[in-house]
Design a protein around this ligand. Structure first.
Ligand SMILES: Nc1nc2c(ncn2[C@@H]2O[C@H](COP(=O)(O)OP(=O)(O)OP(=O)(O)O)[C@@H](O)[C@H]2O)c(=O)[nH]1
Ligand SMILES: [Mg+2]
Length: 302
């Protein structure tokens, strides 16, 4: 069996989570068109027992928050999570957004990567939106850093070159144990996955600054006593300001209903049963700058 860990890194919104999901062939990490969607380290496990003429392969992908210039304590904490993930992995995959010009943020990630020991590959993502000239310019810019064993142009959304990249990453796996059973695609607890699904819908339905100050806590999770009955889930959505609470609930409660319905349908698919989902909105003033709250809510890397 060949196995190992792949650390995924990059700036916010470049498509890290989308690409990890594409390589897994399954949605594990939530994604959205807004930066700072991923706030924790998310594990995605790819197992192929037939790989290498039956030798077997297990790749453990670690998706991370986008590395950025922090504006609050939560931002610093999630940067730390991302950077810490880069030590101790077998290979690092840097993902960049091919539609964006190379800038200061990219330079600072290159500086961070220079300190990381593991071999590195680069994926230039969103090829579906790029011109060949754009690709070439970025390719050359990264090539001259001398940091990368190889550079791939991919489209996580369309799946272009995704299998080839995964296969190249597989080459860095070494003789090792099978860390997880074959049918496990993540070891994140179901409660956490449910809270992430709700947060994803909030990221998608809300505008501007509101979704970034949102935390979802699953307060109750009651499995049905008889088959055929619904699982009852109660979740609290914390936001940073009273005015945000109104925005989340929406006129006549419409926004929250939409979020609840979209989340419920996806959770039902995940659990394979009917779900009764209740959402409550509470205000926790300025929580993203409270060291204690971000620690309690699991955003601080131990
Ligand atoms: N056109 C196009 N869009 C893409 C591609 N890959 C990702 N996206 C979009 O880019 C946006 C960001 O994707 P995410 O996967 O959430 O990005 P991320 O890097 O994980 O972002 P953070 O978690 O915030 O750091 C989403 O709207 C995706 O649909 C791609 O190959 N082509
Ligand atoms: Mg992400």
């Amino acid at each position: 069996m060949k196995s190992g860990f792949i650390g995924i890194a990059g700036r916010p919104n470049v498509g890290k989570s989308t690409l990890m999901n594409a390589m897994l062939g399954e949605k594990i990490a939530i994604t959205s068109a807004k930066p700072q969607t991923t706030l924790n380290r998310i594990k995605g496990i790819y197992t192929d027992l037939e790989h290498g003429d039956g030798e077997g392969l297990q790749m453990i992908f670690l998706d991370t928050p986008g590395i950025h210039k922090p504006h609050n304590k939560l931002g610093s904490a999630i940067n730390e999570t991302a950077i810490n993930t880069l030590s101790g992995v077998d290979v690092i995959l840097l993902i960049v957004d091919g539609t964006m010009e190379f800038g200061k943020g990219d330079e600072s990630i290159i500086r961070i990567l220079r300190d990381a020991e593991a071999p590195k590959l680069l994926a230039i993502n969103k090829m579906d939106l790029m011109s060949p000239e754009q690709y070439l310019a970025l390719y050359n810019r990264y090539e001259e850093t001398g940091l990368f064993d190889d550079i791939y142009g991919v489209s996580a959304l369309r799946g272009d070159n995704v299998e080839e990249l995964r296969e190249r990453l597989a080459g860095y796996m070494e003789d090792g144990p099978m860390y997880y059973p074959e049918d496990i695609a993540t070891d994140d607890p179901v409660r956490f996955i449910c809270s992430e699904i709700i947060r994803e819908k909030l990221m998608n339905y809300l505008e501007d600054e509101v979704p970034h100050g949102v935390f979802v806590e699953i307060e109750s999770f009651k499995e049905p006593e008889e088959p055929g009955r619904a699982t009852e889930i109660g979740a609290v959505i914390y936001c940073e300001k009273k005015s945000h609470k109104g925005i989340i609930i929406g006129r006549g409660g419409n926004k929250l209903k939409g979020v609840g319905k979209a989340a419920r349908l996806e959770i039902e698919e995940l659990l394979g049963c009917k779900v009764f989902l209740s959402l409550f909105v509470k205000v926790k003033e300025g929580w993203r700058d409270s060291e204690r709250t971000i620690k309690n809510w699991g955003y601080k890397d131990e």
